[in-house]
Design a protein around this ligand. Structure first.
Ligand SMILES: Nc1ncnc2c1ncn2[C@@H]1O[C@H](COP(=O)(O)OP(=O)(O)OP(=O)(O)O)[C@@H](O)[C@H]1O
Ligand SMILES: [Mg+2]
Length: 232
């Protein structure tokens, strides 16, 4: 699965060096549901970019499904990302000129699946997020919650090992946010996909079986005993 060991990330802006991640160790297993909280600027998105193969760490090792990703070139990383990672963003990041169905089928088209197979799989997954009656709608013809359901379908369409969600409920009202969380929880269970959610919202975090906090460049995970006590 996802295994980070002593991951560090330093940004250099002119003469100024900022060490954002100072030695992160993290294992994410199949079926995990984990939240990561932390103050603004603490490095949550930086960590998510590394986990999602969108950014490389300054040092440390990252093995994804047993492969050391540091050895891959950019083209190999893109293909590996397409196969293994799904993304969900606060602002949905759907393509405005494509329909819901086309948006969801796109990751499969990129990986070279035939159009018909991609379409069939996209319809299946859109049914799972209760969007089968909106296949031909473009993003501007959907509500915020519907857009996020389409984005969730797109994240899952390629049967990734992990879905990484950066503030998935941040742009939604509280009822819609709760629906989106219930959907993520259900799909985490049904599809056995690991889900890592970055959030500022304690209600979102409390629904996750694993909870961690980034502070001063370190990742602190709540102990399992505390979680169980909290759940009891
Ligand atoms: N490309 C970059 N170049 C320089 N500094 C960067 C870069 N990307 C991020 N940073 C810095 O790294 C720190 C962490 O940024 P990051 O986006 O990971 O924070 P975050 O925890 O996601 O915050 P937020 O909750 O506001 O989204 C910030 O201080 C930011 O300014
Ligand atoms: Mg962020």
């Amino acid at each position: 699965m996802l295994e980070l060991a002593d991951i560090r990330k330093t940004f250099r802006l002119g003469p100024v060096e900022v060490e954002v991640l100072k030695g992160i160790d993290l294992r994410v297993e199949a079926g995990d549901l984990m939240s990561i909280m932390g103050p603004s600027g603490s490095g949550k998105s930086t960590l998510m970019n590394i986990l999602g193969l969108l950014g490389r760490p300054t040092s440390g090792s990252y093995r994804l499904n047993g492969r050391d990703v540091a050895t891959m070139n950019d083209r190999e990383l893109s293909a590996f990302r397409n196969e293994n990672i799904g993304f969900i963003f606060q602002s949905f990041n759907l393509l405005g000129h494509l329909t819901a169905l086309e948006n969801v089928a796109l990751p499969l088209v990129y990986r070279g699946s035939g159009r018909r197979a991609a379409r069939r799989r996209a319809v299946d997954i859109l049914e799972k997020v209760a969007m089968a009656d909106r296949l031909d709608h473009r993003p501007d013809q959907l509500s915020g919650g519907q857009k996020q359901r389409v984005a969730i379908a797109r994240a899952l369409v390629g049967t990734p090992s992990a879905v990484l969600a950066d503030e998935p409920t941040g742009a939604l009202d509280s009822d819609t946010a709760e629906e989106v969380m219930q959907l993520l929880i259900r799909l985490n269970r049904e599809e056995r996909v690991a889900v890592v959610i970055i959030t500022h919202d304690p209600t979102v975090s409390l629904q996750c079986r694993r909870r961690a906090l980034i502070r001063d460049g370190s990742l602190l995970e709540e102990a399992a005993e505390a979680r169980e006590a909290g759940a009891a």
